[in-house]
Every structure is written in structure tokens, then in C-alpha cells.
Design a protein around this ligand. Structure first.
Ligand code: V47
Length: 373
């Protein structure tokens, strides 16, 4: 039997795919539509015809960063005129604006500022949570938590608990990049290593915090690095079940140290989406992040394994600094129309995948809609 037929049989039977299967599915000889069809089957098995979105905003309190990841266009040196650090008032103003715009979530990440202590990052959560307790704060990646560990010399568990007590609701999936040291050592050698990233998410899950996971692809990595990455995430998910969503992040080269590399093609975007859906059989949701994929590819991805478009998003800087040409924000009508055009049923969710019901400017989160896993 050829390998594609054997993979099809495994997928139909709900069996797990191997490292070699993943590698095979990335090879250009396997027609993209065959991979997509299998991924769509799993996507519909897990999430039916639903496609989720939320109403959210981003907050990047500083872009000043001690690290110099080669793929990053957002970071700034301490004394660079491009560097900024938001005041408490500016941060609270963003919270107010988010609530007035009907947001249910604020996604908070930023640089690791040379002069700011853990207490500053903690205070951001405290201030926002006290002022806007219904706004879910999805904040600080494992890279930031690892930095707090370095700054305070305190255990991760204690730091995370303090953040949870202050109002942290979940953690985003950033900072994972590519775990394999052959790549990681070349694109972000100084920041949290793979083991540390995974250990921090494990601890977060043990404390009851749900988190997301990501993979940055389309730069210097090879297909086997991607498959290795997906399998490491799958193994942790087997242990904890704490990941909600996987987000494949398409590399944007403009203004980065890797600007000589061409942007990944839509074909690679769709194949990566589909292989991710097939390999991560234990992660409920796969997100097609429209900001970086572009709207057309994100719509198509809803039939290649993805069941979520992220949100309406406002104040996105990381990809727009790196050349993303997508708009800064989508209206609710726009995002729902994009989903309907793709033949899916739009469902507004909160960060933890509860269906959101709205009446006028009031909203309420109802039952969980996550059917996956
Ligand atoms: O870790 C940075 C990536 C990540 C570039 O959890 C770049 O719901 C492409 O993780 N080109 C941060 N990618 C963003 C992130 C994320 C986004 C949306 C939703 C969620 C979620 C998480 O962005 C970084 C890095 O992998 N990144 N620079 C670039 N030039």
C-alpha cells in the first residue's frame, strides 16, 4: 500500500500519524488537495461546520527588548528613537477603548525591557483586571515568564500563580518559533529554549491556565524541523490537555534580519495548516490568523484544517512592522461575512471557547462550544 493510502486509513480510523507520515505530507509530491481533504475531515469531525472568532484587541506595552531575534521587526534597542514604553494611563486607556468596542479579550505581549522589573508586568495585569474585570487578559508568553524567572530568581509556578491571582486569564502561544536547536540557535539563540517553553506551559496547565501554542514557519527551517516541533507539542498535550489552539505563524520577512528570504507561498501556508491539523490530533482548535495569512488564504484555510480566524483585532504591531498588508482591524460584519463566504457558520466565542451571546452592547458567555479533542 502506498504511504498516502496508509495515512488516509489511519485518519479515517482516528489513529495517530507518525513522524514519517508528517514528513511525507510536507513533501511537494503529495498533492495539496489530498492533504487538505484529510485535514478537513478531521476539522469537521472535531468542530463541525463552525468557524470561531472573537472580538479582541492587542496591547504591546513596550517594544524595547533585550533579545535580538533575527525574525523580529517589532523589537527596538533601549536607546533607539523607535523604542517606546507605555504609561499606566495609556494602558488603562487601551482597556477602556477595548471595552467600549465590545472586546472580550486583550492579547498582551511585548519586549523584555532592559529596565523594567517583574512588578511592572504584574501591575499591567492588576491595573487592567481591576478596572475591567470582564475583559479576559491573555498575556505574557513563555518567553516572558522565563525572563521573569531570570529577573526574580523565583520558581515559575509561584510567578504564574501571582499573575493568575492578579487577573491573568490565559497565555498566548508565542515564543515557540521552532523548537529544534538547529534552527532555534540560529534565529533566537539567547531566549528561552524549547525545554523551558514546554516546561512553562506544563506548569501553567497544572495551575489550570489554558494556553495556546504556535510554530513560526517559512524561514530557514526544513520540513523535519516542523514535524519535530508538532510532535513535541503533541506530547505535552498528551500529558496535560491544556492547549486550546495551535496557530501556525507564517514568517513575514520585511524589516527583519531575514529580509532576504521570500515570504512563504499560500501553498505552504495551506499545507502547513493541513499537516498541523493532522499531526495535532489532540489539540481542539487550529487558528488561521488572518492578519498574517492575508484574508483570502485565511478563508481558504477554513477548508484545510482551520476552524478559527482569531478575532477582529485592533492595534496589531508585530506583523504590520514586518510587512503584513492586511487591515488593522476587521468589523464583526466583515469577519462573519468572510466565514460565511467560506461556507462555514460563524460563532463568536470568548477566549476559552464559550459561545458569546450579544444583545445591544451587552454580552454574555454561554456554554462551551469546543467539541474538539
Ligand atoms: O513568537 C514575530 C511571531 C509571535 C514575526 O496565542 C513573527 O492566540 C512572522 O504568538 N513574521 C507572536 N511571525 C504572536 C503570537 C500569536 C499571534 C496570534 C494569536 C496568538 C494566540 C499568538 O509572532 C512570535 C513569533 O513567532 N513573529 N515576528 C515575523 N516577522
Amino acid at each position: 500500500m502506498n504511504q498516502l493510502a496508509s495515512i488516509r486509513d489511519k485518519v479515517l480510523a482516528g489513529e495517530r500519524l507518525s513522524f514519517d507520515d508528517g514528513l511525507f505530507l510536507f513533501s511537494p509530491e503529495v498533492p495539496l488537495n489530498d492533504v487538505g481533504q484529510l485535514a478537513n475531515l478531521v476539522r469537521e469531525r472535531k468542530n463541525g461546520n463552525f468557524a470561531y472568532y472573537n472580538i479582541n484587541t492587542h496591547l504591546n506595552p513596550t517594544n524595547v527588548c533585550v533579545y535580538r531575534c533575527t525574525f523580529c521587526a517589532f523589537r527596538s534597542d533601549l536607546r533607539d528613537p523607535k523604542g517606546y514604553l507605555m504609561s499606566d494611563e495609556q494602558i488603562l486607556q487601551r482597556g477602556r477603548e477595548a471595552v467600549e468596542a465590545g472586546c472580550t479579550e486583550m492579547h498582551i505581549v511585548g519586549g523584555l525591557h532592559h529596565q523594567m522589573k517583574f512588578e511592572w508586568y504584574l501591575k499591567i495585569i492588576q491595573l487592567l483586571h481591576e478596572a475591567y474585570p470582564r475583559l479576559h487578559l491573555k498575556g505574557w508568553t513563555a518567553v516572558e515568564i522565563n525572563w521573569f524567572e531570570h529577573l526574580t530568581k523565583r520558581p515559575v509556578r509561584e510567578l504564574l500563580q501571582e499573575l493568575i491571582d492578579a487577573g491573568l486569564g490565559s497565555m498566548p502561544g508565542g515564543g515557540a518559533e521552532i523548537f529544534h536547536p538547529e534552527v532555534r540557535d540560529r534565529i533566537c539563540e539567547h531566549k528561552a529554549g524549547a525545554q523551558s517553553w514546554l516546561d512553562i506551559h506544563r506548569t501553567a496547565h497544572e495551575l489550570g491556565l489554558r494556553t495556546n501554542c504556535t510554530m513560526l514557519y517559512g524561514h530557514i527551517e526544513e520540513p523535519y524541523h516542523r514535524v519535530d516541533h508538532l510532535i513535541r507539542l503533541r506530547e505535552l498535550q498528551d500529558e496535560t490537555g491544556g492547549f486550546q489552539t495551535f496557530i501556525p505563524l507564517a514568517f513575514h520577512p520585511d524589516n527583519t534580519g531575514l529580509s532576504h528570504i521570500a515570504k512563504p507561498s499560500a501553498l505552504l501556508d495551506l499545507r502547513t495548516m493541513a499537516v498541523s491539523r493532522l499531526m495535532l490530533d489532540n489539540v481542539p482548535h487550529i487558528k488561521a490568523y488572518w492578519i498574517m495569512l492575508g484574508i483570502g488564504t485565511a478563508q481558504t484555510a477554513l477548508s484545510y484544517g482551520a476552524d478559527d480566524l482569531d478575532g477582529t483585532v485592533r492595534h496589531e504591531l508585530i506583523y504590520h512592522d514586518a510587512g503584513a498588508e492586511t487591515p488593522q482591524v476587521l468589523s464583526v460584519d466583515d469577519i462573519r461575512r468572510l466565514i460565511e463566504e467560506a461556507g462555514r457558520e460563524p460563532v463568536e466565542r470568548d477566549t476559552l471557547y464559550h459561545r458569546v451571546a450579544r444583545q445591544g452592547d451587552q454580552w454574555q458567555a454561554a456554554e462551551a462550544v469546543a467539541v474538539g479533542a
